[in-house]
Design a binder for this molecule. Structure first.
Ligand SMILES: Nc1ncnc2c1ncn2[C@@H]1O[C@H](COP(=O)(O)OP(=O)(O)OP(=O)(O)O)[C@@H](O)[C@H]1O
Ligand SMILES: [Mg+2]
Length: 313
């Protein structure tokens, strides 16, 4: 609630979290999206108590990380960006056992838990491999396994799919969905829109340390996704209606098939109106299609529009 954090050095101040407020419930995958440097990692570190917030309140499963660090540690698991705190000389299973150990867990329940995680993360065949000999993707999976070995209520994954291949991304996505379905809260940051679209229930969009959108992924997409009319003419063709289309915000796109003019639409039905304005150019059309802009395009537009708003103020 109203989380604020400014990094200060002798030379400069960086406002990394500028009044961030949100809530997440058990059973959900919550995505935090935003450009580089927008404050995602800072927000997560503040929630975990790894850095001291300047102001605002934080509760993780009812506990303030600065007043009750042990409780927060026991209830949370996290893999932060780039930091894979796993031991190169130990095997995958040994790493997980070690992380269970430092949380005071041992015995048969832990073995069963490790086995379950090795399955979920597709690591069974690598369980006795030394982590130092594994590829980046498997190291990442092992780091996730270590963060989850104590069965935390809240899981934070900062950029979990970075550098992962298609199969590992799918495995991560499925695992994330399953953990949430089991009643945990999973918080993920990602620049991978396809991953967010498929794995998250809700998404927050953060920019310059402020949340600029918060809603279900479906609602976010519906509110942002727009349509484009793509008109393709033969290469070199100069449409008579070009200036009328340009006035509607159209731009050209040269692709292999010819000259495509992309006209933004307020709604798909507007395509008929524009078609009417084409007049003689209609006979030269090679192709015409209404395209849905994808989530990624919509997201980019949101960031751009919001930037323009701020500058206008
Ligand atoms: N330890 C630090 N000292 C000083 N400034 C920092 C520190 N950590 C982060 N910052 C600054 O705070 C801002 C937010 O950084 P943060 O790492 O939270 O962004 P992010 O959204 O996680 O970005 P990315 O997508 O690149 O991971 C940035 O301007 C960054 O340069
Ligand atoms: Mg980050």
């Amino acid at each position: 609630e109203d989380l604020r954090k400014t990094y200060r050095s002798r030379r400069q101040q960086t406002v990394a979290a500028d009044g961030v407020s949100f809530e997440g419930d058990a059973g959900m995958v919550l995505g935090i999206l935003g450009p580089n440097g927008s404050g995602k990692t800072t927000t997560i570190k503040s929630i975990l108590g790894l850095i001291r917030r300047d102001s605002g309140s934080v509760l993780l499963d009812g506990y303030d990380p600065e007043r009750h660090p042990r409780e927060v540690l026991a209830r949370s698991g996290a893999v932060l960006e780039g930091a894979r705190n796993i031991y190169w000389r130990l095997t995958v299973a040994e790493n997980m056992r070690y992380y269970a150990g430092i949380r005071g867990l041992s015995g048969r329940a832990v073995s069963a838990r490790i086995d379950e995680l090795l399955d979920a993360l597709g690591l069974q065949e690598r369980r006795t491999s030394r982590v130092g000999t594994l590829s980046r993707g498997y190291q990442q999976r092992c780091a996730i396994g270590c963060a989850l070995v104590h069965d935390p209520r809240v899981v934070f994954l900062d950029e979990p799919t970075l550098g992962l291949d298609v199969e590992s991304r799918a495995a991560t996505r499925e695992a994330v969905r399953r953990w949430a379905a089991d009643g945990r809260l999973v918080v993920v940051t990602s620049h991978d829109m396809a991953f967010v679209e498929r794995s998250c229930d809700r998404a927050l969009v953060i920019r310059n340390g402020r949340i600029i959108a918060d809603g279900s992924v479906g609602a976010l997409r519906d509110s942002l996704v727009t349509h484009t009319l793509a008109l393709t003419f033969p290469s070199g063709f100069e449409p008579v209606s070009l200036s009328a289309l340009t006035a509607r915000g159209a731009h050209r796109d040269h692709d292999g098939q010819g000259e495509t003019i992309l006209v933004p639409l307020d709604h798909p039905g507007q395509a008929y109106e524009i078609f009417g304005e084409l007049r003689g150019d209609r006979d030269a059309l090679v192709n015409m299609a209404v395209r849905d802009n994808d989530f990624e395009t919509a997201f980019m537009r949101l960031l751009k529009d919001h930037g323009a708003d701020r500058e206008a103020r």
